[in-house]
Ligand binder design. Structure first.
Ligand code: G3P
Ligand code: MG
Length: 247
């Protein structure tokens, strides 16, 4: 994808349904669709038997009824877990989601995807490679999913496996060498914690030809300010008040 070709909308639903549903589940994607979001962000990692599924943390403890390192378990064990009850009884029994089912649900809702490659520590290279290969297959005929990661190694492996899929480098702290980092990964975008950004930095990044996605912006006034500076996309938990028509 050329750096100039950016087909993505200016609002992205964080973890599928923001804070209105158990994160990174199919139910969350349905909630995002209910609020008419056109694009979702979610976190993808590998099971022990190299199935790609959605989970933010390395461990299962916070967002399921399991415990321990998720990537140490095979998918048939992970598939039995409840990833909804921790959030509310309304979502009891909601399972962890496979990337293949997420792709089908995105297609059904006609939603674009930002796949954050979130490797279990130590599995950066295989996760980057497997996610990129699967994304190319699963999103055939659709707008290309935007791959992103905090892991340089994972993005590099994704680039080597499927160079044509667009990549964005995630940063949670400011790096003065952002230009070298993003160009060595041939990134179309940089994905920043919004607290790192000001008007001057926005202008510098844009002048270098990068698109900018910021996370996690939950205040409408701040979202307006960032969009006014020229930020391309806002990733939000407040999917109810920062919707696709937000200006
Ligand atoms: O991709 C944007 C955002 O999701 C990065 O942070 O921790 O919510 O995955 P995190
Ligand atoms: Mg994420």
């Amino acid at each position: 994808m050329s750096k100039h070709n950016w087909p993505y909308p200016h609002i992205v639903a964080h973890r599928g349904g923001g804070k209105l549903a158990p994160e990174n589940t199919l139910a969350a994607i349905d909630v995002g669709a209910h609020y008419h979001h056109q694009m979702i962000e979610f976190d993808a990692k590998l099971s022990d038997d190299r199935q790609i599924f959605l989970l933010h943390d390395d461990t299962l403890d916070r967002t399921s009824n399991g415990w321990g390192v998720a990537g140490d378990l095979p998918w048939d064990k992970l598939a039995q877990l409840d990833a909804g009850s921790w959030f509310s009884n309304k979502f009891a029994g909601e399972p962890l989601a496979l990337l293949s089912d997420v792709a089908a649900r995105c297609r059904q809702h006609q939603m674009m995807a930002n796949i954050e490659i979130k490797p279990t520590t130590g599995k950066e290279v295989e996760t980057g490679r497997d996610v990129a290969l699967a994304a190319r297959e699963l999103w055939q005929g659709q707008t290309a999913p935007l791959l992103s990661s905090f892991s340089y190694q994972a993005l590099e492996a994704a680039m080597q496996a499927v160079p044509e899929l667009p990549r964005g480098l995630l940063l949670d702290s400011w790096h003065d060498d952002w230009q070298a980092l993003t160009s060595s990964l041939d990134c179309v975008s940089i994905h920043l914690n919004h607290k790192l950004l000001n008007a001057e930095r926005t202008a510098q990044l844009k002048a270098a030809g990068l698109h900018i996605l910021v996370y996690t912006v939950n205040q409408p006034e701040r979202a307006r300010e960032l969009l006014g500076w020229g930020v391309d996309a806002i990733c939000t938990d407040r999917i109810d008040i920062i919707g696709p028509d937000f200006r």
